[in-house]
Design a protein around this ligand. Structure first.
Ligand code: CAA
Length: 379
């Protein structure tokens, strides 16, 4: 066991922290309020290598470990979860999925620009009637010999408008159920692809979340990821890693709110002393510190297992459910510590509280994580 971060980890932490403080903090309130996609900041994030952190350098990535990714996700999410979700989807759903299961041609054509951040990608699994019940895909990909014809609608797609490439999960053979599902790489500017209106969300408002419509979209067979019928397993395997990214995002949201609460409690006075001197506040801070530390350890454990090529399916679900529930509790208490100031935008904690909620929902709700965990327990 070694709880010490390496020199390289500390450098990544500093780079992410500096980026968040200098480039994200100044405009974060306005981007949240007006739902402005942080295009300029995403470009800078790409220059820093944060969009393809774990991808092999031969495909334009940083070749870093998953621990580094957790560290960077935490720092960036402390300030702006609306941009860290762009980072998370691009790194762990899109780049990792393509690098692990794609062909060499797919990697050359798509992974390199995605990992360098020249373009971003989106992961299209959810549908109006298929969220947690992900095997019930209505989107179809009909096999026409050398190509597929895709029809259907995908919902709540992160990077929906900004992405150039979509990884689309669709049903080819209904008789085979989930074994008849395929994962296809679809370029956004293909004829028949339409981006729906931007969702007006509670939190992570800077990220662009859209529905995507596919009408008679021709997708060449060479754009299928893996064997025929591998699409559902592709989605599940990819999401198992994605959940480490979202767990780290939740960790960052929680630790960002906690740091603000600690600083505020040392400044604000009530009943003749700083509120940090009151046990009512001290116990809140103690609970926050305890749960955040536990979340961080769970994120590192899941990341470490992934880096060791060990089974991380259960560990990533545990990290996500615990960190996201910690984020919700911690941000709510951080608002409470701030009192009336916590309820207004300038103090950041109300935004973090709104941002926290989605971490209990996307990439598998807390209930879905409990399904994954209990199946592992009872297997
Ligand atoms: N790795 C490999 N294979 C897996 C797997 C995994 N982690 N999990 C399941 N599978 C396989 C199973 O082995 C099974 O295959 P076989 O029948 O061949 O053995 C197949 O997948 C079906 O599995 P289940 O029978 O367990 O399927 P289920 O219908 O009971 O559903 C579920 C399981 C865990 C609930 C799953 O549907 C799920 O994870 N749902 C949530 C989906 C989700 O996370 N959506 C998020 C959307 S993406 C997003 O949010 C991105 C964003 O923009 C931020």
């Amino acid at each position: 066991m070694d709880f010490q971060l390496t020199e390289e980890h500390l450098m990544i932490q500093k780079a992410a922290r500096d980026f968040a403080k200098n480039e994200l903090l100044p405009g974060v309130i306005e981007r949240d309020e007006k739902m402005i996609y942080p295009a300029e900041q995403v470009k800078k994030m790409a220059e820093l290598g944060f969009l393809g952190m774990m991808t092999d350098p031969k495909y334009g990535g940083g070749g870093m470990d998953t621990i580094s990714y957790v560290i960077a996700m935490e720092e960036i999410s402390k300030v702006e979860a609306g941009i860290s979700v762009v980072m998370s989807v691009n790194n762990s759903l899109v780049c990792w999925g393509l690098e692990t299961f794609g062909t060499e041609e797919q990697k050359q054509k798509y992974l390199i620009p995605l990992a360098t951040g020249e373009i971003t990608g989106a992961f299209c699994l959810s549908e109006p009637e298929a969220g947690s019940d992900a095997t019930s895909q209505r989107t179809t990909a009909i096999d026409k010999g050398d190509h597929y014809i895709v029809n259907g609608t995908k919902n709540w797609i992160t990077n929906g408008n900004s992405a150039s490439v979509y990884l689309v999960i669709a049903q080819t053979n209904t008789e085979l159920g989930h074994r008849g599902i395929n994962a296809l790489i679809v370029e956004k500017d293909t004829e028949g692809v339409t981006v729906g209106a931007k969702e007006n969300k509670m939190g992570i408002r800077a990220s662009d979340t859209h529905s995507i419509m596919f009408q008679d979209v021709v997708v060449p067979k060479e754009n299928r990821i893996g064997e025929d019928g591998f699409g559902f397993k592709f989605a599940m395997k990819t999401l198992a890693g994605g959940r480490i990214g979202i767990a780290a995002q939740a960790l960052g949201i929680a630790s960002g709110a906690y740091e603000l609460a600690v600083a505020y409690s040392k400044e604000r006075k009530a009943f003749g002393t700083e509120i940090a001197n009151h046990q009512a506040i001290q116990f809140k801070l103690a609970d926050m510190a305890t749960e955040i530390e536990a979340s961080r350890m769970l994120c590192f454990k899941a990341a470490w297992l992934k880096d060791q090529n060990k089974d991380y399916n259960m560990a990533s679900a545990i990290a996500k459910v615990f960190a996201s529930e910690t984020a919700m509790r911690t941000t709510t208490e951080a608002v409470q510590v701030h009192g009336g100031y916590g309820y207004v935008k300038e103090y950041h904690v109300e935004r973090l509280m709104r941002d926290a909620k989605i971490t209990q929902i996307y990439e598998g709700t807390s209930e879905v994580q409990r399904i994954v965990i209990s199946r592992s327990v009872l297997r």
